[in-house]
Design a binder for this molecule. Structure first.
Ligand SMILES: [Fe+2]
Length: 233
């Protein structure tokens, strides 16, 4: 597997490139609008054709480049059953999407938002904001639900082998990767907490809304198309 971790400093978002280099096909996980040219250049340099754009959820803090990538490369967009209606594939829990010889398994992990999914590829899982390094995503907008998130983390993600690598959609402290085993032991919001404790904690966070909440969510519901049009107007 060819793998790259890319970063957007403004929203602290990670975008991932996953590819079967032999077959010459790639997927981008959670691409960011401002980095369209960077991502297209990297694909070109590595001789890869973009097959998939995977969205872990409808983001609230940045706008996706999915629509423009789809137009320029012919790739298809995939998300969960409740993801943006503009996506080409709404994958259900357990569904496998093929990327050359690689199998990408979709895991429904709602709770941060009701459409959140994770993508499992060999020894690594792309968890979006469901499970991050030592933390989890907030649950106070976009139909988030702390009880649902607790179950997604403890029953779906923590059911994976301990040595599976966890690659989140964001990090704000410079951390790049974790493992399922580490998060079981050290995640500050989940480890050692009952479901009731977790719900109380999450409901008491009182976080300010993300700066791009309104713009990003409405744009991402149309795979970034609306924002791109207004951006270039
Ligand atoms: Fe998010």
């Amino acid at each position: 597997m060819l793998f790259r971790q890319l970063f957007d400093a403004e929203s602290s978002t990670y975008t991932y490139l996953v590819a079967d280099a032999k077959a010459g096909v790639a997927a981008l996980v959670d691409p960011v609008r401002e980095h369209l040219a960077r991502d297209l250049q990297l694909l070109q340099e590595l001789g890869l054709k973009l097959r998939w754009i995977f969205e872990t959820h409808i983001h609230a803090d940045h706008v996706t480049s999915a629509s423009e990538l789809r137009t320029q490369t012919g790739a298809q967009t995939a998300c969960g059953p409740r993801g943006a209606i503009c996506a080409d594939v709404h994958a259900r829990h357990g569904q496998v999407l093929e990327l050359g010889a690689l199998s990408v398994q979709v895991l429904e992990t709602p709770g941060h938002t009701d459409d959140s999914v994770s993508f499992l590829v060999q020894d690594r899982v792309f968890t979006g904001d469901a499970l991050m390094v030592r933390t989890v995503g907030r649950t106070d907008f976009q139909n988030g639900n702390p009880r649902t998130l607790y179950r997604s983390v403890t029953q779906v993600l923590f059911a994976l082998p301990d040595d599976v690598l966890v690659f989140p959609a964001h990090d704000y402290k410079g951390q790049t990767v974790s493992t399922i085993g580490e998060e079981k032991r050290f995640n500050t919001r989940v480890a050692g907490r009952s479901e009731e404790d977790f719900v109380t904690l999450m409901n008491g966070l009182k976080l300010p809304p993300p700066k791009k909440l309104v713009e990003a969510v409405s744009a991402n519901q149309s795979c970034g198309r609306t924002a791109l049009e207004s951006h270039s107007a």
